[in-house]
Design a protein around this ligand. Structure first.
Ligand code: FAD
Length: 468
């Protein structure tokens, strides 16, 4: 048997493993350890790229036998870079991307390394969808396990509200199915509690009739109109039907093909909308927003849901550097709008931005403790995103911008979404993401399924002995 010190050198062996083992001297080592956030530079001893659930079981057992720290990789998209660790083993599910759809039963089975683009493409072949992220290269696993917000959430709930079952390899290398009937405590915890409870090899989702053509797109106003636009937006979304989801982006207009060149890099407020209902109904609902002041550009129109889901992909490219601060916010009072207007456009990098997701609707109507997703009362989830390309000297300035902005939002903060937490957060922010009662219940489930905190390379639910 390989000793712990030998792991990662020479030809690595895991008994019964059928996928690829990528050690320190493998030619693909550097590309295999890279994650979406280029600012993360970690060197695991071994990357175990699994091709099935049996590989995941074998890798977890191997890691435990050799006392190796474990990181689990789904889509590799988390800004904190928790999908890769130093010196341990990455249990990498990124080759497990299969999606199977039962159109009659309106269900989909999705492997643990799939991305949202995989799910949207397969489900939309039948005119179906479930709530997923707004960037198609985001991983299904990490997003789902943290809760899952997106264009369909106000109508159909969070991603976890559509989760019917999950297949999980637990810390003792056992394979379990968690659902409303089996391991119900684990199923509750997986719906928001992140990667703390095991490696999920497969998800089963409920699907809904969506599109394939939806009314969607952004409207852009000049940044100097930010106060007026936000006041109008606050009142507009307060009474909006659940079918309408909006995300506001504050920053320089990205050079997307749909945006005319003369507007590229101009500071703008961009309200993105997606109407999950009949097109003519959506036209009527969106009319006041489109008619407010004089927008610089109105790109709302009938569009393919799959295309819309990837419209922002090129603004958040793999390998650029990212640093996020995040919080939930309550309704946009005038004083809060003043804080946003005062900070949103003072970043140095033209690629940095603030994004604000309008929550409420079906997200709010699920009872607080029904799943492990916290803070369902909040109105908006925001991220302050510093973005700079490799070689650009803008990182320090924009990291400082996010921290200043975040501090100014202090009096308004109302919880946080765990999946938007960065890598250098105070551990108390994980508790903030859940609230005390959900967090305490997560600790109990963690104690049952992972009493040694084997799965700790994440936004960790700390066991009682460690959390005092
Ligand atoms: C550009 C961008 C856009 C985003 N947009 C949205 C959005 O619209 N909505 C939203 O809700 N979130 C969004 N997010 C946040 C996203 O939900 C998280 O980054 C999430 O962690 C990504 O999942 P992943 O599988 O790619 O994560 P990874 O980086 O692979 O993993 C992150 C963590 O998730 C856990 N994990 C991953 N895979 C598994 C698995 N198979 N089993 C068990 N645990 C696992 C592990 O703890 C791991 O450390 C976005 C992120 C980015 C960077």
């Amino acid at each position: 048997m390989t000793t712990s010190a030998e792991v990662g050198h020479g030809k690595a062996q895991i008994r019964g493993f059928r996928g690829r083992l990528i050690g320190l001297d493998h030619p693909d080592y550097d590309s295999a350890r890279a994650v979406w956030n280029g600012a993360i530079d970690r060197r695991p001893r071994l990357i175990a790229r699994c091709i099935g659930a049996a590989d995941v079981v074998a890798a977890v057992r191997f890691a435990r036998d050799h006392d190796l720290e474990i990181a689990i990789r789904g889509g590799g998209h988390n800004v904190a870079g928790t999908a890769v660790c130093d010196d341990g083993i990455v249990i990498d599910l990124s080759a497990m991307r299969a999606v199977r759809v039962d159109p009659a039963g309106r269900r989909a089975w999705v492997q643990g390394g799939a991305r949202w683009g995989d799910v949207d493409r397969e489900t939309q072949a039948y005119g179906l969808a479930t709530t997923g992220g707004i960037v198609s290269h985001t991983g299904v696993a990490g997003l789902t396990l943290g809760g899952g917000i997106g264009w369909l959430m106000r109508k159909y709930g969070l991603t976890v509200d559509n989760l019917l079952a999950a297949e999980v390899v637990t810390a003792d290398g056992k394979f379990l199915r968690a659902s409303e009937d089996q391991h119900t405590d684990l199923f509750w915890a997986l719906r928001g509690g992140g990667g703390n409870f095991g490696a999920v090899t497969s998800f089963e989702f409920r699907l809904h009739a969506v599109g394939p053509t939806v009314l969607a797109g952004p409207v852009l106003w000049d940044a100097t109109d930010v106060r007026e636009v936000l006041r109008f937006y606050r009142d507009f979304v307060r009474d909006a039907p659940d079918q309408l989801a909006t995300v506001v982006r504050f920053g320089a207009a990205p050079p997307l093909p749909e945006i005319p060149e003369h507007l590229h890099w101009r500071p703008v407020v961009m309200v993105g909308s997606c109407y999950a209902g009949p097109i003519d109904e959506g036209e009527h609902v969106l009319c006041p927003l489109r008619g407010y002041l004089t927008p610089l550009l109105d790109l709302i129109g009938p569009t393919s849901y799959v295309d819309f889901q990837s419209a922002l992909d090129s603004t958040v490219v793999h390998g650029w550097n990212y640093y996020w601060k995040s919080t939930h916010l309550p309704e946009l009072r005038d004083e809060l709008i003043d804080v946003i207007a005062g900070h949103a456009f003072s970043c140095a990098s033209p690629r940095s931005y603030m994004a604000m997701f309008h929550l409420q609707g079906a997200v709010h109507r699920v009872a607080g403790g029904a799943t492990a997703f916290g803070n369902r009362q909040a109105s908006h989830a925001i991220t302050l995103d510093a973005v700079w390309r490799p070689g650009e000297d803008l990182g320090d300035r924009d990291i400082a911008w996010t921290k200043r902005f975040f501090a100014a939002l202090g009096p308004f903060r109302d919880g946080v979404y765990v999946n938007f937490l960065g890598g250098d957060e105070d551990p108390d922010r994980v508790r903030e993401a859940y609230g005390d009662s959900v967090y305490d219940r997560l600790v109990e489930v963690k104690t049952t399924y992972d009493p040694d905190n084997v799965f700790h390379h994440n936004h960790n639910i700390r066991l009682r002995s460690a959390s005092a």
